[in-house]
Ligand binder design. Sequence first.
Ligand code: PLP
Length: 389
Amino acid sequence: MKKETRVTHQPAVDLPDGNRSVVGPVYRSVKFTFPTIQSGMTAEARRDGFDYTRDSNPTTRQLECLSAELQGRDDAICVASGMAAVWLSVVANLSAGDRIIIFVECYRPIRTLVRERLKHFGINYSMLSVHDHASIAKEFVAEDTKLLIFEAPTNPMLQVPDISAIVTLAKQHGVTTVLDNTFGGLHNHGQYEIDYYVHSLTKYASGHGDVMGGAVIANEANIRKLKPWAVNMGSTMDPGAAFLILRGLRTYYLRYRRHSETALVIAEFLQGNAHVKRVFYPGLTNDPGHALAQQQMGECGGVLSFDLDADREQTWAFIDALDLFLTTSSVGSTESLVAPVKLYFARDLSEEEAARAGINDGTVRLSVGLEHPDDLTADLEQAFAKTFE
Ligand SMILES: Cc1ncc(COP(=O)(O)O)c(C=O)c1O
């Protein structure tokens, strides 16, 4: 073989029987082949084999199997981002003339998807409050209501929906439920009869803020329904991203616990500050969502919000005065982050809607990282001093 050919047909390095790598390899290959056409068409090859990475890839498959197991479901589809997972779960389950229920408390890009994009496909929506069960029940009675998407806890105001009550209502009326469980995490909320869990794996799952990904997790029949949509959409997760997320997941439980413990320290610290009107964190015993969160999920994660007793300028000055908390959106990575809630997460809402979502000019969201809690409280302390004294 000429060397020009050899660089294309490279030597294979197969491991001897019984010799295996401890960490799974990254299968970067887009294409997979069988020795003959017939051998690629057997039932086993079609079930377990690989052909083209947009359809399936062994590294991504490893992540799908792990995600499904952590969430307590049969199967998963991993995609390029959390929003791609949201899109997949929504568009594959709706047709023109259908209605989707969203909440004023939800993550802004989900509202954008529903209010700005889905209208091009003739899909209607109703936007309610996640706590307003009477209105939810009323919407469910309407023939055209087909799907509801909600978060637990919600981003950015950490509201805790009553998952059992919402799922029970949805089941009574044959409405499909999609739970964006990004804040709850892969290990939580599996006990409910949710039809589809979606996650941004960009957050706690990968944990280091260096990779994007999303997952839809469900029982086998629901995943089978979505799979052709995913393959055709082409919002495929890159196997390199899958590898990084698999690596992140090795420390997932340790990180989620530490994020939660430090967030509680910070929430309690903020509650004791004269410039803070209210703290939103279900881990706090006096939070309205505390009892429900304890029942539904236990630890509450690393994100909390609070209202400063301040106007917009002072609130922004406070955020700018922080050193360790970096001003950006996103959550669930090693470093602590801060965001002005109204500007970043509510600029599509009217004043009345923002008020319903509990958001005002002084609302600040923190994503608590893995730094020492003393350094984080010291950073907040100096920012309070710089802004208010
Ligand atoms: C609750 C929630 N859902 C979905 C997403 C979207 O995830 P991604 O940025 O990976 O698309 C985010 C991102 O912050 C989120 O917080």
